[in-house]
Design a protein around this ligand. Sequence first.
Ligand code: ACO
Length: 395
Amino acid sequence: MEGLDIENKQQPNSLNLRPGLEGVPVAQSSICDIDGEKGDLKYRGYSISELAEKSSFLETTFLLIWGELPTSKQLKEFESQIQMHRRLSFRVRDMMKCFPESGHPMDALQSSAASLGLFYSRRAIDDPKYIYDAVVRLIAKIPTMVAAFQLIRKGQDPIQPRDDLPYSANFLYMLTEKEPDPIAARVLDRCLILHAEHSLNASTFSARVTASTLTDPYAVIASAVGTLAGPLHGGANEDVIKMLEKIKSPDRASSFLDQAIKNKEKIMGFGHREYKVKDPRANLLQSFAEELFARFGKDEMYDVAQAVEQAATPKLGPKGIYPNVDFYSGLVYRKLGIPKDLFTPIFAISRVSGWLAHWREQLSANRIYRPTQIYTGKHNRTWEPLEERSSITKN
Ligand code: ACO
C-alpha cells in the first residue's frame, strides 16, 4: 500500500489559495491604521509617537477600546477600577503554584488567563457593564499574573500590588519587589503603549476568531496569548537577545548575517508582513533604549544590535526587510532587569488592550469565522480489512 499522499496537487477547484491570508481583508476596523510603505502607525487616528510621548498606557487602552480619549473623570474612574481589580484570588495563585517552575511564562499566562472564565462564568456579551467589568479585570489582572508566576517559579510567594503606584510602576514593583526608578517605569509604560495594538496580526486574528463564536472574553484573551507566544510573532523578542548573545561582538555581525542568509535562516526581529521600511515602533524603542543607557549605563549588546542593523540594511533592505518592533524591545526590557522569557508576557500585558478593542468591534458586527479550504486528499477509496493492510508511511 502506498504512503499517505498529502501532496496530491490536482486541483479541480477554481478557488484561489491565499496561504497566511496575505492581503485578504476579513474585517472592517476603525482601531488601528498602518502605512507600511511610509512606516506610519496610528491608533484611532492618533500617531503612535504622540501617544508614546503624551499619553499613558491606561489612557491609550481606553482610547483603543472605546474609540475616544477619556475625559479626566473617565480616566480617573478607569484607573481606580483597574487599581481595585489588580489582586488575584488565592485560588488562582494556588493554581499557579502547581505549575512547573520550568514552564514558559507564556504558557503560565495562557492557563491563568483562561482560568478567569471559571471565576466569572456569567456570559452577557451584549451588556455594556459586563463588557466594562471584563475589560477592567483583564487589564488589571494580567500583569499581576505575569509577576506572580515570576516569584512563584523562584520559590517565593507573589506579592500584593501597591495601591499608591501607577500601572507600570506597580508591575515592576510586583516583579522585582522594589519600587522602580520613575524613568524606568515611564519607559515601560511607553513600551506598553507601543505594543498595545497592531491591526489584524496573528494573535489579534486569533482573538477575533474566538470572539466570533460568542464565547467569553477570557477564552478570547487566552487564545490570543497562545498565538502571540510563537517565535514568528511575539516570541521573536526573546530570540533576538539570544541571537545577539550568540553573535557576541559587533565585528561578527556581518559574517553571522551572511551565514544565516546562506542557510536561509530568518534574522529574528527583522521583517514584517505590513512594513516595507523600518517599523516606526523600532525607532521609538531604540530611542527608549538609549534613554535608559544614558541613565543606567550602556548594554554592550546594543553595539551588536546596531552592527546587525547596519550590516543587514544592504543585504535585506532591498527585499523590504528591516528591524521590526521586536528588534530593540528586548534591549529595553533587559536594561529594566527583566528576564528574557518575560519579554513576550510583557508584550501580552500590553496587547490585551488591542485584543479587547477587537473583541468589542467583532461583537458589534459579528459573523462567525469559517474560511474554506482546497481539499488535496484522496477520493472514493476502497476499505481494506485490517489483516490485509501493509504498513503505511506516517507523516
Ligand atoms: N530574515 C531573513 N529573511 C527574511 C526575514 C528575516 N527576518 N523575514 C523575511 N525574510 C525573507 C524570506 O526568507 C523570504 O525570502 P524569499 O522570498 O527569498 O524566500 C521573504 O523575505 C518573504 O518572507 P516571508 O516569511 O514569506 O514573509 P512574511 O510576510 O510571511 O513574514 C515574518 C513576516 C513572519 C515577520 C518574517 O519576516 C519573519 O519570520 N521574521 C522573523 C521573526 C520575527 O522577527 N517576528 C516578529 C514579527 S513582528 C511581530 O509579530 C510582533
